[in-house]
Design a protein around this ligand. Structure first.
Ligand code: FAD
Length: 414
């Protein structure tokens, strides 16, 4: 016996769960398959990290009805301060100067998970398979068959017209469709933790480039901040073993005293960093989104924001297709349109993030001079700042309806 669906989303992490919410009222029969419940300690997407959301992402979540539940845990970023340790250049971006209420918002991943999953569960046409894992994928011309194994050992067979690979960087679904991903190991590890500085952060986010990698400090509620300390692999191993006092002294040495003394540090968690880029964003009846399509260095906080634009674009095309009475969710023309739509945003975000990592890891003096001048020029040139805030908010190219505040409507099931 098999169950028939129009769309099966494999992976209910940040991106897959967002797609579940976006599709739930469009009239399509949707299956959402996730291996680990959103509130489990081992959940890899909704873990102890925080995510910096762009204004575009906030608008998408608002249009999807998720933002009110996220807002109470979100901290607005009013200013961004970028500097280079030991060099003269620095740049500031001020939301008010750009005519914005905030440059973005910092949200704990666990709060985002709770808000997204409560929406997916709140009625609509999404059938949840969780905890359950896709164990086998068999594709034919007219459908895709998925073998799903639940944690209790029960197996289910799902027949679907379209499978969405939202199963992260190591995507088994992407691999089953023969789509390779190019990867580059940055040989860096981000050590994430929470800190309490002596001075209030004033809702400023700091990005500081140091010889061993970038350091980011993001404002949180109660005056605390998230610290993302990027180090070489060997140094990160050492940093994980340091005492709290040693760790704080090292952070203070790199960051300086803009926030006074750093008084406390929380649990440290390491994340090895690499770039992963799938060679295609669709193949046959499979569409590849989020980290399964592109896994970025967190330096510019773009990964989820980009994945959410994948979601908004794909959901819009599916809604349009259904309104036009074209009910094959795996239609190749629709997938080709998706690929074309996502190309520039995806390529630009990957190039921007990768370029930033390379530029600021280069020890050559000439490059250092250029990057310092670049930061200064950036600070003096309002159009450059406006361009960056447009790029980081996704306000470039064709903007999805959800990011413009326009709800999607579908065709109800008969
Ligand atoms: C340190 C760090 C900081 C970051 N900060 C930011 C930030 O500030 N802003 C930002 O925009 N982005 C940020 N990112 C990037 C962001 O975390 C990712 O872009 C996001 O997690 C991608 O979500 P995803 O759902 O595509 O993939 P994942 O988070 O990897 O989720 C994949 C899901 O699929 C499930 N799964 C896998 N295989 C199967 C299977 N066979 N069957 C069923 N389920 C399966 C997994 O359990 C998981 O829940 C950061 C990343 C890191 C590492």
């Amino acid at each position: 016996m098999s169950d028939a669906f129009d769309i099966a989303i494999v992976g209910g992490g940040m991106v897959g769960a967002s797609l579940g919410v976006a599709l739930k009222d469009l009239g399509a029969r949707v299956a959402l398959i996730e291996a680990i419940p959103h509130d489990a300690a081992t959940q890899p997407s909704f873990d102890e990290r925080t995510t910096a959301l762009s204004n575009g992402s906030r608008r998408i979540l608002d249009t999807l009805g998720v933002w009110p539940a996220v807002a109470c845990a979100a901290t607005p970023i009013r200013k961004i301060h970028v500097s280079d340790q030991g060099h003269f250049g620095f740049a500031r971006i001020d939301a008010a100067e750009q005519g914005l209420a905030a440059m973005g918002y910092v949200v704990p991943n666990r709060s985002l998970g709770a808000a997204l999953w409560s929406q997916v569960n709140a009625g609509g046409n999404v059938r949840i398979f969780c905890p359950a894992q896709v164990a086998r994928v068999a594709a034919s011309e007219n459908s895709v068959q998925l073998e799903v194994s639940a944690a209790n050992g029960i197996k289910a067979i799902i027949d679907t017209q379209l499978v969405v690979a939202a199963d992260g960087v190591q995507s088994a679904v992407r691999n089953a469709f023969g789509v390779a991903a190019e990867t580059r190991d940055y040989e860096q590890t981000a050590v994430i933790t929470t800190i309490l500085p002596q001075r209030f952060h004033d809702n400023v986010a700091y990005e500081r480039f140091t010889a061993s990698g970038p350091l980011a400090i993001l404002p949180l509620a109660d005056g605390r901040c998230t610290l993302v300390l990027t180090l070489s692999k060997a140094m990160a191993d050492a940093a994980m073993a340091w005492s709290d006092a040693q760790f704080l002294a090292e952070v203070q040495r790199r960051f300086g005293f803009r926030l006074g003394r750093i008084l406390k540090v929380g649990r440290r968690v390491p994340y090895p960093l690499s770039l992963s880029r799938a060679r295609a964003t669709s193949a046959g009846r499979c569409v590849i989104i989020g980290n399964a399509a592109q896994g970025l260095h967190p330096v510019a906080g773009m990964g989820f924001n980009l994945g959410l634009r994948d979601v908004a674009s794909l959901a819009e095309l599916i809604a349009e297709q259904r309104q036009q009475g074209r009910l094959d969710a795996g239609d190749s023309a629709m997938l080709a349109e998706y690929d074309a739509w996502r190309r520039a945003d995806r390529g630009g975000s990957i190039a921007f993030t990768d370029g930033l990592v390379r530029l600021f890891s280069n020890p050559l003096r000439a490059v250092q001079g250029v990057r310092n001048l670049g930061l200064l020029a950036f600070d003096l040139l309002p159009p450059a700042k406006a361009a960056l805030s447009r790029l980081s908010s996704g306000a470039a190219g064709r903007i999805p309806k959800l990011a413009r505040g326009v709800a999607l409507s579908g065709v109800a099931l008969k």
